[in-house]
Ligand binder design. Structure first.
Ligand code: ADP
Ligand code: GLC
Length: 474
């Protein structure tokens, strides 16, 4: 450790497991504090107090208040679940409403830009003023567009507190109309293409990419992809300019092995690489749960948001041949209604070998990694991806597209199957390879053992965050 005093980081995000989760962001934000702690960094996570979160936690101490946070009063309270503590931004006029964190009845909340600007504003004020228990961060760590304005608010206030902007997914950018600048307490003088402006609109993510002390993303491959038009979603120029100054870092996500570990997972009968009976039982139970026949080939699982990113259309095209060749598949997903429907149609066509569960179900996701022989991840792009790492750990061989973090975590032919041609044909080819290897059970078992032995915990990556943090506060 560079200094004997413990340093403090305020991590700012729209979701955090186990409080609320819609995807991998929550897993990462929930796990990083525990991984940073032994490295001399104590964290506090600031997130909105959604109703679903308030239901899970009791009343707690108030550490900060603002009588007018973008149109109403707000307080920050502490809350703890399963040893994870967060700061909840309780601002009923912004967060006490039905629906998920971002969406209600299939549509974004119309004022999402205001809701998350308020989160970012509160983060910057806390960094500048400190909390009433005298806690004040040395550094602000902003995650995705919802926290993207925090570095900007720090800068406009003349604060010297440094900030890190982490891109988990550049496809979501927090775009808002130019006439919202005032409402978001942003200065018109900085509404230029070099700062807040993005093709005549504002962008919270771009603001963070420009104003943060450093930019990180969640794998090395994604860091290099991001600077290209194919993956940068219009922000490739901004990313490239930070990269050219040596200010872009690809730090791979890890998985929280306290939560994701087949030896201790309370959702399954425990098993390990040396004793796989529990996995065989989990497979039988999963087949039963999805009303599937025991296949001669492998049982593949898919746990995913249903969106264009995740390549569900490729799955739909490739799966018929896979199941007709002896495979079976269980899918758990929610999101795009068209994908939900077409997956349902595939299950109706192959009732004994395709099972589809629509919805979000955390315990079931654990049972699926445990029961699966393969985890399929045919993403068009994937900043990091966690499901392939859960697959490795649970002995379900990952079969993944060669992009982003998928590429950085799965070794083709050693710990899983990686396909370069990201198309239905490429996916079908990889499924053929998996079927062929299944026929050679000793080879399959070797690959499974290699996957279960691969290190996907946070240790190495947390050390990279800690050294970057130390560098920017120095
Ligand atoms: P992304 O964040 O892009 O959705 P990741 O692979 O990083 O992708 O993380 C997805 C996380 O969300 C994993 O923890 C996965 O198990 C979980 N998940 C996705 N869809 C579901 C679902 N329908 N039910 C339960 N868990 C899900
Ligand atoms: C995003 C990405 C995913 C990544 C997760 C956590 O949701 O889509 O690839 O694993 O963030 O960083």
């Amino acid at each position: 450790m560079a200094s004997s005093r413990r340093r403090r980081v305020l991590s700012v995000a729209s979701e955090c497991a186990p409080f609320i989760k819609t995807g991998g962001l929550a897993d990462v934000v929930g796990a990083l504090p525990g991984a940073l702690d032994p490295l001399g960094w104590s964290s506090r996570v600031l997130m909105p107090a959604y109703p679903a979160v308030l239901e899970k936690v009791g009343r707690s101490r108030r550490l900060w208040r603002d009588p007018d946070l973008f149109g109403g009063p707000a307080v920050v309270r502490t809350a703890t679940i399963d040893g994870v503590s967060v700061l909840l931004l309780d601002a009923p006029h912004l967060f006490d409403r039905p629906g998920g964190p971002y969406i209600v009845d299939g549509h974004d909340h119309a004022d999402n830009h205001v809701r998350f600007a308020a989160l970012s504003w509160a983060a910057a004020r806390i960094a500048i003023e400190g909390l009433s228990d005298r806690w004040r961060p040395d550094l602000v760590h902003a995650h995705d567009w919802q926290a993207g304005l925090a570095p900007s608010y720090l800068k406009y206030a003349g604060s010297r507190v440094p900030s890190i902007m982490t891109i988990h997914n550049i496809a979501f950018q927090g775009i808002f109309a130019a006439d919202q600048l005032d409402r978001l307490r942003l200065p018109a003088w900085d509404f230029t293409p070099d700062a807040l402006e993005y093709h005549g609109h504002g962008s919270a993510l771009k603001a963070g990419l420009v104003h943060a002390s450093r930019v990180t993303t969640v794998s090395r491959t994604y860091a290099s992809e991001l600077a290209t038009p194919e993956f940068g979603f219009g922000l490739e120029g901004v990313v490239a300019s930070r990269r050219d100054r040596g200010e872009l870092h690809g730090i791979l996500n890890g998985i929280d092995t306290a939560v994701w570990n087949p030896e201790t997972d309370p959702h399954i009968h425990s098993y390990s690489a040396s004793s796989l009976a529990g996995k065989a039982a989990a497979r039988r139970a999963l087949l039963h749960e999805f009303s599937l026949a025991d296949p001669v080939g492998p049982l593949a699982v898919v746990v995913t948001r249903l969106s264009h990113q995740k390549g569900i259309d490729m799955l739909l095209a490739a799966l018929p041949r896979f199941v007709e060749s002896g495979g079976a598949v269980a899918v758990l997903g929610s999101g795009d209604h068209h994908d939900e429907r077409t997956l349902g149609e595939l299950a109706a066509r192959y009732p004994a070998s395709v099972g589809v569960g629509i919805g979000y179900d955390e315990p079931l996701s654990h049972r699926m990694y445990a029961g699966g022989d393969l985890v399929l991840v045919p993403s068009r792009f994937e900043p990091c991806g966690l499901t392939q790492m859960y697959g490795l750990t649970y002995g379900a061989l990952p079969l993944v597209a060669s992009t982003g973090g998928l590429r950085d975590t799965v070794a083709d032919g050693e710990t899983g199957f990686v396909f370069d041609d990201i198309s239905a044909a490429g996916l079908a080819g990889a499924l053929d390879r998996a079927l062929a290897m299944w026929a050679d059970q000793p080879a399959w078992k070797r690959m499974q053992a290699a996957g279960m032995a691969s290190r996907v915990d946070w240790a190495a990556s947390a050390a990279q965050y800690a050294s970057l943090f130390s560098e920017v506060v120095a």
